[in-house]
Design a protein around this ligand. Structure first.
Ligand code: IPM
Ligand code: MG
Length: 347
């Protein structure tokens, strides 16, 4: 069992360190960890945010535990050299097209949500975000129009096979949960969304047990704060999924608690907290590592088939929260290492 550990920038190394301690505490036979540089730190050391050596480590592993990328020092670099290209490159190169972002309120944390506690308490949803297509990976550029104005442009598209494969992931996920799938698009305006919706309806015929509904993305953004408890599984494209998953995290109470899995056709996957590199608190030992620890649990479950160990980690995190262990993101005073210690004790 080879796990690649790509800690990245900002708080990435701190939070990843705690998740690695948790993995090591499980004493799994045959577990090997291999570290490599990604993001701004990789650019500074090797001249590229996703160096070939890092990609080689990724390809030789069974799963990747990823911290975060993003570094304000790199904001003015050419786009292909910016830290974000590391995560986008890994998703694309490794065919990780399905991003699972579960959002659920931990018991007792309802008051931390930006929503009223009784609204927040009902949240238990899974966002299935397409990760290899859409406007993220279309042609793009900045050009000068004949009259001299600069124009930025990004091509948005989805081919039917790209929609079909994420649809299958979402329908299968719905069958392991509440059998309800809401497809989010903007089919009232975008042709990309029309194809998306048509394919969702076609694939639905293969899953008669799942109830498929459709929602425009603007309405979905509103419903997520109005009554998020109505959602079971949400499937959406790359751009809408990026936005809605951040929104869902705040409905839960903290972006410091949400884990994610990025999967392809097999068991290989990349696991990362949905938060970013948080440069403002980097290196201070303040970041909450729980989202990364929960990402490690998802790794054990999806890529290594270790359901019992995954559940143990999740239970330890839930117990720590129930016992009042809170990072600054939840108004508490526990630092990164103290939270790691608290989870380890309960494990
Ligand atoms: C995410 C992040 C990335 C994205 C960035 C870092 C490129 O926001 O994983 O949600 O936009 O996908
Ligand atoms: Mg995002």
């Amino acid at each position: 069992m080879k796990i690649a550990v790509f800690a990245g920038d900002g708080i990435g190394p701190e939070v990843t360190h705690e998740a690695v301690r948790v993995l090591q505490a499980l004493d799994l036979p045959g577990l090997e960890l291999a570290e490599a540089d990604v993001g701004g730190v990789a650019y500074k050391r090797h001249g590229h945010p996703l160096p070939p050596e890092t990609l080689a480590v990724a390809r030789a592993s069974d799963a990747i535990l990823f911290g975060a990328v993003g570094d304000p020092d790199c904001d003015n670099l050419e786009r292909h050299l910016r830290p974000e290209q590391a995560i986008l490159g890994l998703r694309k190169e490794l065919g990780l097209f399905a991003n699972l972002r579960p959002a659920k309120v931990f018991g007792g944390l309802e008051d931390f949500s930006a929503l009223r506690p009784e609204v927040a308490g009902a949240i238990d949803l899974l966002i299935v975000r397409e990760l290899n297509g859409d406007v993220y990976f279309g042609e793009k550029g900045i050009r000068t129009l004949p009259d001299g104005r600069r124009q930025g442009w990004d091509m948005m598209s989805y081919a039917e096979d790209e929609v079909r494969r994420i649809a299958h992931v979402a329908f299968r996920a719905a069958m392991t949960r509440g059998n309800r799938l809401c497809s989010v698009d903007k089919a009232n305006v975008l042709e990309t969304s029309q194809v998306w919706r048509d394919v969702m309806i076609e694939v639905a015929r293969e899953y008669p047990a799942v109830e498929l509904t459709h929602m425009y993305v603007d309405n979905a953004a509103m419903q997520l704060v109005r009554s998020p408890g109505q959602f079971d599984v949400v499937v959406t494209g790359n751009l809408f999924g990026d936005i809605l998953s951040d929104q869902a995290s705040m409905c839960v109470g903290s972006i410091g608690l949400l884990a994610s899995a990025s999967l392809g056709e097999g068991t290989f996957g990349l696991y990362e907290p949905i938060h970013g590199s948080a440069p403002d608190i980097a290196g201070k030992g303040l970041a909450n590592p729980m989202a990364t620890i929960l990402s490690a649990a998802m790794l054990l479950r999806h890529s290594l088939g270790l359901e019992a160990e995954a559940a143990r980690i999740e239970a330890a995190v839930a117990k720590a929260l129930a016992d009042g262990i809170r990072g600054g993101d939840l108004g508490g005073s526990h630092g990164t290492a103290a939270i790691g210690d608290a989870v380890l004790e309960r494990l």
